[in-house]
Ligand binder design. Structure first.
Ligand code: PMP
Length: 432
């Protein structure tokens, strides 16, 4: 018997009358996987429950922040405790100093850090800093990476833009993207050529050091190192957007894992413990261009919000306590899922590519190894949609889009994985 989604359907019918597309962020509309979007009611550990009372083992985990699962007791306690003292002061607090210190201690490139409320805001601000510091305008970014929805970063982006096949966004004046150069990810030769053509003009080269928004695509050997070497020699800044990878692949993020230190870093998701918090930081001399020390303006009514800071602080504290063993166990769990998925695909003869690193993975339905946006798009999105729908029906919630990652949390048990593996195995029977 198929699951009942009538309450979700009713809410969706109402939502579309008041909210564009019925959703507050496009991918939530389930457009690329079909069916009405689900309305969620609560989460607990590895599970999320919809308004019809269906439970799912969740591999979206709010798109990455919930590394300890839903409603993790220590995070809830930290938030409740902070809330009892007031929700916002618009003034400095001791906790934000503690959080800043923790971030500086953890992330190799960060000597000073500013807290903001979303990843979009973090990247937008970091790029303003890069331009203010270098007194240059050009930025280089990479196809299939996503850096939030601010003007100038949307050309050839991943995430929802990949899902909907949108090459760009309406409403962005051409002169705002004129200073953005977009290059293929992992293409060292293309980068060398473009960078040489703009010697002394590039403010920053920005990228996801491990791409997550075209599905997971790790950097090829030498890619990050080449960017580091050439930007340093030219006086351009290197910006790692670690909104997904920060505290996800290790406490020091992808830069620590891969041994390449950028000048600027953006963080989000995990550092907020599921509340709206993000950050940008980097070398102290660069960050000191930010107002009120320097001429680059950036501000926020809710920046450093006490609830978000409390959640983030507790989350980072637990990660520190867990140490490398905690990360190793997350990697082991995603490894189980990856191996089982490959086995199921091989059994039925469906070609797939699994990209995984740390506690994140993406299954692409293609015979071509996925190393950039072009190869990511060779994936058979219809097959992904079928897999998604079959898993959903079996009580497993993966991202409602091919171009995203699956995340495991410390709350996912081996029993959860056993159940997921059985469901994946069954789902592949329907993909032939
Ligand atoms: N950068 C990256 C790498 C992201 O994955 C995201 C969001 N998924 C953003 C920036 C934007 O963050 P937010 O959605 O919080 O604005």
């Amino acid at each position: 018997m198929s699951r009942n989604h009538s309450q979700s359907a009713a809410l969706y019918a109402e939502a579309v009358q008041y909210i564009p597309g019925g959703v507050n962020s496009p991918v939530r509309a389930f457009k690329s996987v079909g069916g009405d979007p689900l309305f969620m009611e609560r989460g607990a550990g590895s599970r999320i429950f919809d308004v019809d009372g269906n439970g799912y083992i969740d591999y979206v985990m709010s798109w990455g922040p919930l590394i300890f699962g839903h409603a993790a007791p220590r995070i809830l306690e930290a938030i409740t405790d902070a809330a009892s003292r007031g929700t916002s002061f618009g003034a400095s607090t001791a906790a934000e100093v503690t959080l800043a210190k923790k971030i500086v201690a953890a992330v190799p490139s960060i000597e000073k850090v500013r807290l903001v409320s979303s990843g979009t805001e973090a990247v937008m601000s970091a790029v303003r800093v890069a331009r203010g510091f270098t007194k240059r305008d050009l930025i280089i970014k990479f196809e299939g990476n996503y850096h939030g929805h601010s003007d100038g970063f949307l050309a050839k982006s991943g995430s929802g833009l990949a899902t909907f096949g949108l090459p760009d966004s309406a409403g962005v004046p051409a002169n705002l993207t004129r200073d953005t150069i977009t290059l293929p990810y992992n293409d060292i030769a293309a980068f060398r050529e473009a960078f040489a053509a703009h010697k002394g003009e590039v403010a920053c080269v920005m990228l996801e050091p491990i791409a997550g928004n075209m599905g997971i695509v790790p950097p090829v050997a030498g890619f990050l190192e080449t960017l580091r070497e050439l930007t340093a020699a030219d006086g351009a800044l290197l910006l790692f957007d670690e909104v997904i990878t920060g505290f996800r692949v290790s406490v020091g993020g992808a830069q620590q894992m891969l041994g390449v230190t950028p000048d600027l870093t953006t963080l989000g998701k995990i550092i907020g413990g599921g509340l709206p918090l993000a950050a940008y930081g980097g070398r102290a001399d660069i960050m000191d261009v930010v107002s009120p020390v320097g001429p680059v303006y950036q501000a926020g009514t809710l920046s450093g919000n006490p609830l978000a800071v409390a959640a983030g602080l507790e989350q980072l504290t637990i990660l520190e306590e867990g140490g490398p063993e905690m990360y190793d166990d997350l990697t082991r769990k995603i490894g189980r899922l990856a191996t089982a998925t490959q086995t199921a695909a091989d059994r039925v003869g469906v070609p797939i590519q699994i990209n995984r690193i740390g506690s994140m993975m993406t299954t692409f339905f293609t015979e071509t190894p996925v190393t950039d946006y072009t190869t990511a798009k060779t994936s058979d999105a219809a097959r992904y949609a079928k897999l998604f729908r079959s898993l959903l029906e079996q009580g497993i919630y993966f991202a409602p889009s091919q171009f995203e990652a699956a995340f495991v949390s410390t709350a996912h048990t081996d029993e959860d994985l056993d159940a997921t593996i059985a469901a994946v195995d069954k789902a592949f029977d329907g993909l032939v």
